[in-house]
Design a protein around this ligand. Sequence first.
Ligand SMILES: Cc1cc2nc3c(=O)[nH]c(=O)nc-3n(C[C@H](O)[C@H](O)[C@H](O)COP(=O)(O)O)c2cc1C
Length: 304
Amino acid sequence: MQSAAKIAEIKSNLKLPAICAPMFLVTTPEMVIAASQSGIMGCYPATNARTADDLRAHLTQISNALDDHTSQWAMNMITHTSYGRFEEELAMVQDFKPSIVITALGGPHRVTEAVHSYGGLVFADVNSPKYARKALEKGADGLVLVCSGAGGHTGEYAMIPFIEEVRRFFDGPLIVGGGIGTGRSIRAVETLGADFAYLGTRFLACEESMINDAYRQMVWDSTMEDLIQSRAITGALGNWMRASVEAAGLSAEALQSSAKIDFSADMHEGGKAWKHVWSAGQGVGGVTSRETVADIVDQLRQDY
Ligand SMILES: Cc1cc2nc3c(=O)[nH]c(=O)nc-3n(C[C@H](O)[C@H](O)[C@H](O)COP(=O)(O)O)c2cc1C
């Protein structure tokens, strides 16, 4: 199936053109299931499973819960060459057949053949026009444009010119993220030509998320002015909540440095990033109270 037809089919089964974006040490299988059952698309980051056996169990849980084919779900995987579990994850993609595979931190070419073989689509997560071109050359069907203000590893380019720039050389499927947290923002990016809005921070503190109470409280208490951007925590530019950076004892000088990007170690055992230094995007001010995924999607739909 052509990607445009596949996108139309996916959208016809959604109540809102939105994806609950994958978040390391945040997204649970329950969150993916709740998102997809509420009428948006859930996305499971493979890295959230500590072992390959855990990943198989989580994907089994998701695909069993969503086996009526109107519920769509996506999977996110790291394709960087230093990431040691890649082959095992790819085999599971073929077994569980998520509608969309979103590749991050590496090229999409390592998964396209496998995903296309069952009719799925590959989207590459990119943060610049240069990487967008590269991903397309390497066979991505679509792009996830991560714009400035995003939670996690953020982009540096403002959403509107980034979309416009990419539209000058690509008229295929686009997912766009970075600070989208309301129904009207979803409507706005659709008007700008995006197929789907990518929402992370809006779902960060939902009931189904795995973050602890202190992280949840910090999300509720924070606004965009409580974030700092740094390359020092993981090696890639990220948005981090200042209070968690301070609590982890990181100095202003340390934050000016740049860590080395490496996925060869056990990411669950790693340093302070994600576990003790907590990320959120610039839309964090819109997250203020305890909600389930279904509550959030209801709110988004009314507002849309
Ligand atoms: C705590 C946190 C963890 C994240 N982890 C991942 C991840 O593992 N893989 C990934 O591709 N993106 C990750 N992201 C980025 C999101 O998928 C998405 O690009 C981003 O949240 C969109 O911007 P928003 O937070 O402003 O909605 C993470 C974001 C947050 C807030």
